[in-house]
Design a protein around this ligand. Sequence first.
Ligand code: ATR
Length: 268
Amino acid sequence: MTSICGIIGDPVEHSLSPTMHNAGYKNLGLDFEYKKFHVVADNLPSFIERIKNEHLRGISVTIPHKENVIAHLDEIDEVAKKIGAVNTIVNTDGVLKGYNTDWIGCMQALEEKTEIVGKKVALLGAGGSARAIAYGIHERKGELTIFNRTLEKAQSLAEEINASYDILENFSAHNHFDIIINSTSVGMGNMKDQSPIVKESIPSNCVVQDIVYSPLETQLLKDASSRGAQVVYGYKMLLYQGIAQFELFTHKKAPIEVMEQAIIPNES
Ligand code: ATR
């Protein structure tokens, strides 16, 4: 019987995860299929029942369910518990366990360009994705400052992991960051022409990572390139968090190149 996996979110239409996972299944000849499930917040409890009733094998979790889903699961992996967000559910004989692969996905993408230990890192945003990234930077022993539009959220996340924090609009008053990571939604959707920070505040010798993957060249990354900084595209985190999920769902080594080719944007 075909093993069914999928992604739940609202919105979910734009997701590249089905393309990425299905390319991997096909390459390895696995009898798996990955689907999109549009699930609004009110329908989350009934979808959890459906995972069990229909024996769905694995579920990727995206906006707005990453934090709320925790209460509905049978077990939570220790790291996901510390982060306070789940982006992956594995169904083993009716027992649903939550994991977080966002943090490792983000770190692997960044580590292709730079070491993190001892580096001064600015994290823009303090939402669900930021929680995973902050955990990763803390694990890798980076020196973290969290900037957010709403100061209280930056403060509470920073205090959990002993990081510094400030309001996003004060970003340019700080300097000498080695790494800047955008985890806000600025740069996508109706904010696609905007950047969370002004171009002049980007040091020329730093690495700038965006978790926004559509468009590929966000305003932030365009500004970073024109300042001479190195850039890490958003689809790289999508890829590496997906690789870790693929392996949790199938127990097989993921074909990374094939899955990357499936999601590489056509833009230059
Ligand atoms: P995700 O799960 O992707 O992290 P989220 O939890 O909704 O999504 O977090 C969105 C982040 O983008 C938050 O840090 C949010 O800032 P607030 O905490 O102040 O809401 C940030 N964000 C969204 N729109 C923004 C905007 N126009 N300017 C600055 N930050 C913005």
